[in-house]
Design a protein around this ligand. Sequence first.
Ligand SMILES: [Zn+2]
Length: 402
Amino acid sequence: MPRIHLPIVILLAAPSAVAFAQDTARVPAVDAVAQLVTRLELERYKATIKGLTQFGDRRQGTARNRAAVDWIEQQLRSYGCSDVSRFTYDFQVPPPRAPGQRPDSAQRPPRDTVRGAGGSRYRGIRTRTGVNNDSLRQPDAALRKLNAEPSTSGERQEVYCTKVGATHPEEMYIIGAHMDGIGWGEAANDDGSGTAIVLELARIFSSADVQTERSIRFALWNNEETGLNGARAYVAQRQALQGKEDPAGSGRYPEPKWLGMIQHDMMLFDHGMPRPDGSLSPEQRPEADVNIEFQSSSKFAEGAQRLAWTFQQANEKYATDYPASVGAHMTNTDSGPFQDLVAAISLRENERGAQIGAGWDPNWHQPTDRYVTYSDKDFRLGLNAAQTTLAAIAQLAGATIK
Ligand SMILES: [Zn+2]
């Protein structure tokens, strides 16, 4: 029945064609977004990750973690990012489980279910995953010593700074990553790679010649590895402060209204599915991609999905090497505590549930998560994620170059 089908096809095609025409019309003669993206450099991104690894695994509740928070604050100040703030909360370390209650990851059999975290579904070959808690599996004696101090309960801090919007200081996007790690390595990928993206974006947006209409907050969460506790504490303490001018009439908004929360967590390694013998390709796969995830069961799923596709389109237009894919099963990351309050997405090297959860990253929470483990092809995937977020946020927050 072609007579009936044809008009339907035209009707479906028409709105997207109109949207496309509007998009093209909005591109100014000089594309500020493209110019900002060129300010990201592979060597600078690598140097920022390297800088973070001097504090070992940065486990929360230790001196090395506090030193890393200090270092991050120094970086943010050196970029000229305004309103550098410390957020304080309390964390009680749970008592260790009795021996035998939790078998070491090396002895644990692979899970036999097809259901992954976040509502995902496993396919193909899977290998064991787990957290290394054995210091002796770190062969480097100096790093073993650096990581020796255990976590103690008490006060915790995390740091953020804010690019204040010129016309809408009362609204903001939050760009996040977690700065703590585990596993007796250097937490270079998990999550030095995401932390470095947030820092590089803070540097570029804080440049004196860059203006944005809306505010952008750069947040480096602590205590992610214990169960998203730093991000949860932030949501609990600051959710009710959104959009309030303080002091009244000052034009200052300590907690601008949340427009979106974008988390970056494990950005480097996409070597594909494990082989039948459980080994991984030693090289980044040429078809590697940035995985943008939203959570389809969240209250803000619709807005989060729209945000995810905005990022995918920004990637298509501005990222130099690797494409982006959108998935519906965001899970186990600091955007989770935000997902029922605002549009929240995460960017990763692979999907957290079905891929990382199936053993696609052999360095995950392991002593091998060190700077030297990764090649430029790995670092470049992280850089492409940085390009994606920079381009998307520059558009959403209305960035211009003076
Ligand atoms: Zn992580």
